[in-house]
Design a protein around this ligand. Structure first.
Ligand SMILES: [Fe+2]
Length: 287
């Protein structure tokens, strides 16, 4: 399907180019790792996922930072790389400069992804082509079945829900015929559209961890002034659906972060002897 959406977000390419030299010197040189594990009863093996999000390829995105993301991700020896959108920031040229640097990672590990709201700010067909050329299998309202070392994983993905409005196919939800159900959605709040207990893990992005987080005050730089409940936690559980929201790798509008570094999430599902509910232990329940 060919789809082009008129740009809906304002960018300032001249400002971006002007501040990029300074930003390149000041921004973090490498991402931090945000690592957590969940236990699951009857689980036969370890499933390790690297979750990347919100790169926002811009003039201040350096090759050395991207190489560090690739290096740290490969070092985790993941079974899957999962992207949750917002690759684009201001120009296709920046995407063509940056995204091929991920090819080594995507060729080494099966990689899936979904688009975010910013990926519709330019020619979305060209953006899809760049991403697929560097080895990302994009899920646009699709569900795929994977066999990972004998584990039957069902993986679904939707484009940015508030741009496209297309829900994930219900074929993702049945427990029968698979060991683990994963949903990729750029918007964490999409979890509220799901039926109860529909997925075993949902991965999301969009919020950038708040980007600027002051003590006591909290995040002040969210892409939208909602979604605070998804910040700073490994998992939030909404009606039985656990959602992890990435802190993101890039920057929205301006290259600012404070007490909220760019991050790679590393998520493991490991065997447990306790009850099946152990997979959700320590998770905050959000009503
Ligand atoms: Fe973003």
């Amino acid at each position: 399907m060919s789809l082009k959406i008129i740009p809906g977000h304002r960018h300032y390419p001249l400002l971006e180019r002007w501040i990029a030299p300074l930003a390149k010197r000041l921004l973090p040189r490498r991402p931090v790792l945000w690592r957590f594990a969940r236990k699951r009863v009857g689980w036969p093996a370890r499933l390790r996922m690297v979750h990347l999000s919100d790169l926002h390829c811009a003039a201040w995105t350096t090759e050395s930072f991207v190489c560090s993301v690739v290096e740290r991700s490969l070092a985790e020896r993941p079974d899957l790389i999962l992207w949750t959108g917002d690759f684009f920031h201001s120009s296709l040229g920046e995407m063509r400069r940056i995204m091929p640097l991920f090819r080594e990672l995507h060729q080494a590990v099966p990689t899936y992804g979904v688009l975010g709201n910013h990926d519709y700010d330019d020619d979305v067909d060209a953006i899809r082509a760049i991403l697929e050329d560097c080895g990302i299998r994009l899920l646009c309202g699709e569900v795929v079945s994977l066999d990972i070392g004998g584990l039957r994983v069902r993986l679904g993905g939707i484009e940015d829900y508030y741009t496209m409005g297309r829900p994930v196919p219900a074929e993702l939800f049945p427990r029968e015929g698979c060991d683990f159900r994963i949903l990729l959605s750029h918007q964490p709040s999409y979890v509220r559209q799901l039926p109860p207990n529909a997925v075993d893990l949902m991965l999301a992005g969009h919020l950038h961890g708040g980007q600027v987080r002051f003590p006591l005050v909290g995040p002040i730089y969210l892409p939208q002034m909602r979604g605070f409940e998804f910040l700073g936690k490994e998992l939030c559980v909404v009606e039985g659906n656990p959602v992890h929201t990435s802190q993101g790798l890039g920057y929205t509008l301006l290259p600012l972060r404070f007490r909220c570094p760019p991050a790679i999430s590393v998520i493991e599902i490991v065997p447990a002897a306790e009850t099946v509910e152990a997979v959700r232990e320590c998770a905050a329940e959000v009503v």
